[in-house]
Design a binder for this molecule. Structure first.
Ligand code: EPZ
Length: 416
């Protein structure tokens, strides 16, 4: 339940990145030695990945924001139900293939933002020598030996983040050199590569479209601090601008947010860096901006819904084009219930902004659309009830607590 109209003010600490910690947790399967991961966010997706690792035979222990994992002896079949429920769990396939030369996971369901195929993941595994078969809703990969290969991972949306992560995690224990062309350049891929290298892997070029991985025999345990979550940081930055407040994001990394900060400044939002913190506030009237989501370092698709809310509050016409997923505009119909005037034309949403938003009951659909509805509720006059907030808890640590700390009037209520 959100009572809108209160400018957010104060400081918020950015948690570890969900999309870095999930593949890094999977990477602990590559060694039989203990690993420690720090700055682990308390998220249901992280909890879930812990359960998946446990179901594979690993010992998993959470201690605050530190996670200890030791995959001494593991089996290669992922629990059907667990895996089906979280797409991100597909990234256990690469490490299982690397460690055991075999992996069986349930085909990840599509989700509300699109079909979410894994053809590029499987293309990469086959290039390394794996035989792939799909039966009974499971995908099986088996390799007598994994040999380095030159492979192109580009797809219809440019590249694949978890596909790059998965292939990298199989290649680190393959024999010989693997070159991945059209690799994803996201900071989360770089963070994973850094973790793998601290385990004794030899990954070069992470963060660039060409990665070179020289296989090694064995990997040892390692300790790693996860990067801060750039999408969480962007979400709070936009919430500050949308409510005409002033918020300092502690631990945010501006160097992971160039495209977002550039668009916020173009929209008339002031962003100042001080050390490892960012202070965000409105700087006069907001101006409409056009956005196209692209692979990193372009504008991130995971910030598209949140930015749409800011543009709904901005006098003028903004065009937001989604180039990564085929169905990532579910938030549009819900925002319309708050008074937003947005028309969808193919891959673009045309936002006729400037009408004040007024509170109403809305339904969350996917993680980032839910965050957008919360921002809209914070900016709207009156009360907004967001249903199915479990979507939020997948990717935002203690979002209501952090927002209350910034002065928001937001409470969890029992789902009526
Ligand atoms: C990661 O998903 C993130 N999830 C997503 O964040 C993010 O939106 C996405 O990357 C894009 O940045 C995690 O890291 C856990 P992709 P991923 O493979 O890797 C197509 C969030 O809200 N594709 O980069 O699954 C695919 O259909 C989530 O935190 C193929 O065609 O995304 C999509 O159109 C949502 N074949 C495009 O590529 C494949 O084999 C990008 O997908 C794989 C992907």
């Amino acid at each position: 339940m959100i009572k809108g109209g209160v400018p957010l003010r104060g400081e918020v600490t950015i948690s570890g990145a969900k999309n870095a910690v999930l593949p890094i947790m999977a990477a602990t399967l590559l060694t039989d030695e203990p690993c420690v991961i720090r700055r682990v966010p308390k998220l249901s997706d992280v909890e879930f990945m812990g359960q998946i690792l446990t179901s594979l035979g690993a010992r998993v222990g959470f201690d605050g924001d530190r996670l200890r994992v030791q995959a001494k002896k593991i089996q290669g079949v992922g629990d059907y139900d667990l895996i089906r429920k979280m797409r991100g769990s597909i990234c256990i396939m690469g490490p299982l293939l690397g460690r055991l030369r075999k992996a069986t996971v349930s085909l990840p369901g599509g989700c509300i933002i699109g079909a979410r195929p894994i053809d590029l993941h499987l293309k990469g595994f086959e290039a390394l020598g794996a035989k792939i078969s799909i039966e009974g809703g499971y995908v099986h990969a088996k390799a007598r030996r994994l040999a380095g290969a030159d492979l192109f991972l580009g797809g219809r949306a440019g590249c694949t983040v978890l596909g790059t992560a998965n292939v990298m995690m199989a290649a680190v224990l393959a024999e010989g050199v693997t070159i991945i062309e059209s690799a994803a350049c996201e900071p989360e891929v770089v963070d994973l590569a850094n973790f793998l290298n601290s385990m004794g892997a030899r990954v070069q070029g992470a963060g660039s479209p060409t990665m070179t991985i020289t296989g090694v025999k064995k990997l040892h345990g390692a300790e790693h601090e996860v990067i801060p979550d750039r999408i969480e940081a962007a979400t709070y930055a936009i919430a500050a601008a949308a409510t005409n407040g002033e918020v300092t994001l502690l631990g945010a990394r501006a160097d992971h947010l160039h495209a977002v900060l550039d668009k916020l400044r173009e929209a008339g939002v002031k962003v100042e860096r001080n050390g490892s913190a960012l202070t965000v506030r409105r700087n006069g009237r907001l101006k409409p901006v056009d956005i196209t989501t692209l692979p990193y370092a372009g504008f991130p698709t995971d910030v598209q819904a949140q930015m749409m809310v800011l543009m709904a509050l901005t006098q003028g016409i903004s065009i937001i084009t989604e180039r990564i997923f085929e169905a990532r505009f579910m938030h549009v119909s819900e925002l319309a219930r708050l008074g937003a005037d947005i028309a969808i034309e193919g891959p673009s949403a045309i936002v006729k902004g400037g009408k004040p938003l007024s509170g109403a009951p809305v339904m969350a659909s996917d993680l980032r659309a839910s965050a957008a509805l919360v921002i809209a509720g914070l900016a709207a006059h009156g009360t907004t009830e967001v249903k199915r907030v479990y979507h939020l808890d997948r990717g935002y640590e203690n979002i209501d607590g952090k927002l209350r700390q910034l002065g928001a009037r937001i409470q969890r209520a029992e789902e009526s």
